[in-house]
Design a protein around this ligand. Sequence first.
Ligand code: HXC
Length: 510
Amino acid sequence: MKEVLVELERRRSNARKGGGQERIDAQHKRGKLTARERIDIFLDEGSFEEFDMFVEHRSTDFGMDKTKVAGDGVVTGWGTVNGRTVFIFAKDFTVFGGSLSEAHAEKVQKVQDMALRNRAPIIGIYDAGGARIQEGVAALGGYAEIFQRNVLASGVIPQISVIMGPCAGGDVYSPAMTDFIFMVRDTAYMFVTGPDVVKTVTNETVTAEELGGASIHTVKSSIADGAYDNDVEALLQMRRLIDLLPASNTAPLPEIEVHQPIDEPDHSLDRLVPDNANKPYDIKELIWKTCDEGDFFEIQEAFAKNIVTGFGRVEGRTVGFVANQPLVLAGVLDSDASRKAARFVRFCDCFSIPIVTFVDVPGFLPGTSQEYGGLIKHGAKLLFAYAEATVPKITIITRKAFGGAYDVMASKHLRGDINYAWPTAQIAVMGAKGAVEIIFRKDLGDPDKIAAHTKMYEDRFLSPFVAAERGYVDEVIMPHSTRKRVARALRMLRNKDLENPWKKHDNIPL
Ligand code: HXC
């Protein structure tokens, strides 16, 4: 028995060395941790149970039969985050550059299958060179098997990808089909084809960072949902995100104990909206003051900043926040903001996370660049997402709710459960200037008449009361009571029971 144990330990210790000390040192020199170090930081101490540590590739071409490494470039298994089960795979760049062989793919598929069967989140850590070139189609088939599993798990369990090194070729599409992608600044990059191929095909000269670094994917392409300065920070933030998410689409919302009362008025909110309707203010202040202890995990913070999306908690239970941001483009809805918020709303609806929407929106952004870029289709995504969502939906209009954007932003007509307005709300087809110039065009040369018409329009329409008279807002509330009203509404809606008609799936405008 003793010899067997010694042999097991020898094999284990050999597998843990991955591609060897030299490559581990090179990894550290680049500011990156190894796959196992990353797993250790992400999971609760001592909770990692590894699978398939001794799996090796089966390829023989190009002398590969002489270069087998236990584990084959990916470390897989499960563990816990604050006691809750999570499945994980982490690409090991020290072994064949983390590239994907048939055997490597089978290891990933195994944890994907187990995560789905056991209804627990799965997190993938990427630091890899794509398909194992020596394996050819066997590697391509391995990728497709992984993609298929991503799709089947979508909307059933949360899937999170963290890019901590290269992520190219076949490695990009699995993350792209997961719920969230996060990156590490300066060390991570993602692209379908790298700078060399780009140069050959298009004659463009770009660096890896310019083509697919965190600065591109969090700001321009919106592929990534956030970025962090180093591996440790990224992994600790992923623990925070996991804490906020339910384990599956049938699991209850995670709940933590909080000591912040909900019925303390916050009078600073009474001064949040400036007197001048054209002056901006920071909607995040309202989010921070609504969620427990101001703890807000923002999604896509650097992209389409005219809308804010992210998770917080109210009375210890997770809530998704969506809010127009008057500080950026006056909070207007454009294509990017619509796509960003639509995807977030759909995630919340998949996982039964209630949605709280704060509205201050002057409408959709006019112009050829928006129309040519498909604003109609992108705006429809957000409209569709809110309309199909059956989770509790609470909407508070703080100031402007103009035009189609009023309808889109979780209005009563899209089955909003609780729709409140602050006394400063202005719910109308458009602002006073535009409205008067259209309906009183004949008086445009007469400033007195125009001023009188404008005053009449403002008095009648730029308030919450026309909507309140029709029941489109349930009540006009004091800003200082917002947290309490939201918390009480969420409590009331805990047993909400609403189903859409049966269908194979919908046909959201993509
Ligand atoms: C086999 C690979 C590999 C690969 C890297 N390695 N990529 N082995 N298949 N795809 C090995 C290297 O030979 C090297 O081995 C070690 O990993 C580290 O690689 P380096 O090149 O030394 O590292 P670095 O300079 O940091 O460059 C990393 C890299 C580069 C940018 C990822 O290796 C690279 O460009 N690799 C190829 C990327 C690629 O084109 N992949 C195929 C994509 S096509 P040693 O033994 O020297 O340490 C694809 C199609 C799938 O994925 C489509 C499905 C939809």
